[in-house]
Design a protein around this ligand. Structure first.
Ligand SMILES: *Cc1c(COP(=O)(O)O)cnc(C)c1O
Length: 371
């Protein structure tokens, strides 16, 4: 089945009790036991499992092409479960440009917890090889990165990491359906489903998809229900509903972003545009190899630094000043001031989440704000 068809049908059944085409939301926290004491209908208590969560996990794992998935209440909760499935003393290799919440999680929680962490620029394959240690158990890849849209060659990094006996996680939040990490050697795929899966800025969620049902994934599964950071049935329902239109939305986000990037790259007031779809982007060739389109995220650097960037964000009318991404509405964000002290974002940088408005209107809005 092609991805659009999978997105519409995966994890979906017609409700056997009523024939409802849109699945019911099962709010029940507890489920009836059989007279013999068993649970022949498969559910016992919602923290352990719930019909809506199961449908979501089946849907997203079918879409990514893995046998199983574990859903969490946020993307960060999903990331936590992966690090918690390691053991104190294990060494983790993380992309230096990983989502700042992930880097912070590693620095502020898991160093104290006993993980060893090295941050390395994974667009430099020699640096990846050099950073490996005998105790390296896991490599955290993320591409395109935030906010500079740097591209990591997933297949090349996975090969180096596997040779050292470690596993590879790919945070695929920014480009679901456009980049297929399992085909490129990833062992686990992570999504913050808050972003494109939900797609409407109205639900928080995260998921870990595995490409094999092994002991490591079993640990993640038990952290899910023993740790309890599980999503609500309604949140699961919303995220699966979002998935139905995901491939088409990703296509439209990408088409719009390409047009906006082309426009910005010619603009007098703009010093730089970071978008892997542009031929001038240093990762363009690798991106073309591993992505079917280039996604809806881009960033630009204005020529006159922080004040000029803040003023552009203050003047847009269609773009909303807000963090996050992946919704139908376009967002603009001054990244350095959101990340605060220690940020590596250039002061003149604005990150754009390109929505599903008409690209001509977005371009006009930016043109006027830059004037
Ligand atoms: C937002 C985001 C996360 C964290 O997800 P939450 O749902 O906010 O916890 C992780 N990785 C990436 C790339 C993100 O954009």
């Amino acid at each position: 089945m092609k991805i659009e068809t999978l997105a519409v049908h995966a994890g979906h059944i017609i409700d056997p009790a009523t024939g409802a085409v849109s699945s019911p939301i099962h709010l029940s926290t507890t489920f009836e036991r059989d007279p013999e004491g068993t649970y022949s209908r498969g559910f016992m208590y919602t923290r352990n499992n719930n019909p809506n969560r199961q449908a979501l996990e089946q849907g997203i794992s079918a879409l990514e092409g893995g046998p199983a998935a574990a859903a969490f209440a946020s993307g960060t909760g999903a990331s936590m479960s992966i690090f918690q499935a390691l053991a104190p003393g294990d060494h983790v290799l993380a992309h230096v440009d990983a989502y700042y919440g992930t880097s912070r999680l590693l620095r502020e929680m898991f160093l104290r917890w006993g993980l060893d962490v090295s941050f390395v620029d994974m667009s430099d394959l020699r640096a990846v090889g050099k950073a490996l240690r005998p105790k390296t158990k896991l490599a955290w890849m993320e591409t395109p990165s935030n906010p500079l849209l740097k591209i990591v060659d997933l297949a090349a990094v996975a090969q180096i990491v596997h040779r050292a006996g470690a596993i590879c996680v790919c945070d695929n939040t920014w480009v679901p359906t456009l980049q297929r990490p399992f085909d490129l050697g990833a062992d686990l795929v992570l999504h913050s489903t808050t972003k494109y899966f939900g797609g409407h800025c109205d639900v928080l969620g995260g998921i870990v998809v595995t490409n094999v049902e092994n002991d490591f994934f079993q640990r993640i599964r038990s952290i899910q229900y023993e740790g309890g950071a599980v999503p609500s049935p309604f949140d699961c329902w919303l995220i699966l509903r979002g998935m139905r239109t995901l491939p088409w939305r990703m296509r439209a986000h990408s088409e719009n972003a390409m047009k906006v990037a082309d426009f910005l790259s010619e603009h007098q007031k703009v010093a730089r545009v970071h978008y892997p779809g542009l031929k001038s982007h240093p990762g363009h060739e690798t991106a073309t190899k591993q992505m079917s389109m280039f996604g809806g995220m881009l960033s630009l650097e204005v020529k006159d630094g922080r004040d000029a960037a803040m003023s552009v964000a203050a003047k847009t009318k269609i773009f909303t000043r807000a963090t996050s991404l992946g919704g139908v509405e376009s967002l603009i964000e001054h990244r350095a001031s959101i990340e605060g002290a220690g940020t590596t974002s250039p002061e003149g940088l604005l990150r754009l989440s390109i929505g599903l408005e008409n690209a001509d209107d977005l371009i006009e809005d930016l043109d006027e704000a830059l004037r």
